[in-house]
Design a protein around this ligand. Structure first.
Ligand code: PEP
Ligand code: MG
Length: 324
């Protein structure tokens, strides 16, 4: 089975009726890039920039960040690379930037931290724009956006970073811009945000956690943390429908994308790309190559009509067992 999966590396993720679904890798350090490429990633859908910050004992300066970002962009060019801006807070705390809060997951996380520290955020944005010089395969992704004002402020700082670099005569290129949909409020703001950005990426890990009010890391909660909960599916459906109405693509970079059952469902819901840990690319590709898109659509339709996550799991796993 392992050899079978390895052979799939060079084949596209294409359904039985010939629909291509691009599969991307989730990584956190540039050294992971070559292996992700060898596993068949058609780009990076989520580069978690906080890894470097968490590994470091001091704040990584612009040149250090630039080196990392440049390396991963070069590994994949001309394929797309999505660099997510710093997503610390919650359970990812910087030792050199401690924040004291009673509810860190509802506090200064993701974009909120960056907007609170604009001088740090500007350094990161400058490093990203510089890394994109002469390559042009960068997409910047903002995490934990929950209001249009936050997005506007982030876009404003991105534009400012570009102006600063131009004034300093430093080489750079402007990127595509994406927003993560992972705070429930953002599900309802996709229309407004679609006028401002190029793409959306659904973070099903946090979206599930916040929609269900169940800790994504606590297995003792009796109510299951379940990305196939009907409310999560309906939120995803709504995001895809609205974004597509505005002609903007939607990918998924949470763990649901790397689960064959989740991937099947997302294909049926009309997603434009999936991003996952490189180790999972083979299994997901196999699931996609064994189904027709029309069938995936039917499954999504059936799942959307179901009232419990359990029934949805049964539907999808039954399909996978029959098709593979
Ligand atoms: C997510 O929330 O689904 C996501 C991809 O981001 P992270 O897992 O890094 O919070
Ligand atoms: Mg997240």
């Amino acid at each position: 089975r392992a050899a079978q999966l390895r052979r799939l590396c060079d084949r596209p993720a294409q359904t039985l009726d010939g629909v291509r679904l691009p599969l991307y890798g989730n990584i956190g350090l540039p050294s992971e890039g070559p292996a992700a490429r060898q596993s068949g990633a058609e780009g990076i859908g989520l580069y978690r920039t906080e890894y470097r910050f968490l590994l470091s004992e001091i704040l990584p300066v612009e040149e250090v960040q630039l080196r990392d970002y440049r390396e991963v962009l070069e590994t994949f060019a001309p394929l797309p690379v999505t660099l997510r801006t710093l997503d610390v807070g919650g359970d990812k705390m910087l030792s050199y930037f401690p924040v004291q809060e009673d509810n860190p997951f509802l506090g200064c996380r993701g974009i909120r931290f960056s907007l609170d520290q604009p001088e740090l955020f500007l350094i990161q944005l400058r490093a990203m724009l510089r890394a994109n010089a002469d390559l042009g395969n960068l997409q910047v992704l903002f995490p934990m956006i929950g209001t249009v004002d936050e997005l506007d402020e982030a876009l404003h700082l991105l534009a400012r970073a570009g102006r600063e670099l131009a004034a300093e005569g430093l080489a750079m290129a402007r990127p595509r811009v994406g927003v993560m949909i992972e705070v429930p409020a953002s599900v309802f703001l996709v229309g407004a945000m679609a006028k401002r950005v190029d793409a959306f990426s659904i973070g099903t890990n946090d979206l599930t956690q916040y929609l269900l009010a169940v800790d994504r890391n606590n297995v003792q909660v009796v109510t299951p943390y379940d990305a196939l909960h009907p409310a999560v599916l309906d939120a995803i459906r709504q995001v895809i429908e609205t974004a597509h109405r505005f002609g903007k693509p939607v990918s998924v970079c949470g763990e649901m994308a790397g689960d064959p059952a989740g991937a099947l469902l997302l294909l049926g819901l009309g997603v434009d790309g999936l991003s996952m840990s490189p180790a999972l690319l083979g299994e997901v590709k196999r699931a996609i190559r064994c189904v027709a898109r029309e069938r995936a659509r039917q499954l999504a339709e059936m799942a959307l009509g179901m009232e419990s996550g359990f029934a949805i799991h049964r539907l999808l796993h039954g399909e996978l067992a029959r098709s593979q």
